[in-house]
Structures are given as structure tokens and as C-alpha cells.
Write a protein of this length. Sequence first.
Length: 141
Amino acid sequence: MPLWTVHHTPGIFSAEEKHGLAAAIADHYQEVGLPRFYVVVLFHELRPEDFHIGGEPAPVGVRVVIDHIARRLPDERSRRRTARWIREMLQPRLERHDGLQWEFHVDETSADLWMINGLVPPPGGSEAERRWAQDNAATAY
């Protein structure tokens, strides 16, 4: 499951922009073979007095925390490619804001501690996972 948590100050994203970004993120993961419903994107709007960078309130800021659980990136090349894709996904949506500082990072969490609707997700690339992707739902396997 990719979980994207987007912390941002007010005015960075409209409702339509949030939906567009979330859909584009889900599109990418679906294209690489993950069930679309694995992708969760949460937007957390924070007042500037609640968003500090370097110990100071930030009038405009974005911090994206991404948890990858369903897959692990096997090597540095894959990690760099993923970082470039994330940058390319975010940069055009953020660079229009003057003075905006933004950053992201990706954590790879153990799939051993992951369930959906009480079910252990099927192994990556398995027939059961392909069925989950096709049905866009978690079902017993």
C-alpha cells in the first residue's frame, strides 16, 4: 500500500487539485501493477503557525510523507527513479507558489505488519493480487 500524507499550509491545493493529484498518484501505481485501492492519499492542511521549518512558522510549505508497504525498491537505481517520478508528480503542482519550501521522503514499511479489511494482502505479482487489482477490492483468497 502506498500511503501519501501531504501536510500543507492553506491555499496550496484546491479540492479539484487534491483530487487530480490523488488520481494521478493512483494511476501510476496501477500502471506498475498494484491494485488501485491500495493507494491512499491524505491531505492535512495546517495553519502557518502550526507548520514550522527550521524552527520558524512557514507561511507556505508542503511536506509529503510516503509509506511504501506493498513493494520494496530493490536497489539505488530504482530508488532514484522513484524519487524522480515523485518530484515530477509534485513539482508542477507546487512551483507556482512563491516562496514555497517543499520536500518529500519515502519509507519502506514491512509488509508483515499490513492487513486490509483483516486480510493479509496476497504476494506481489501473484494471481490473487492480479484478481484484487482487476476487482479493485480485497477478497479472501
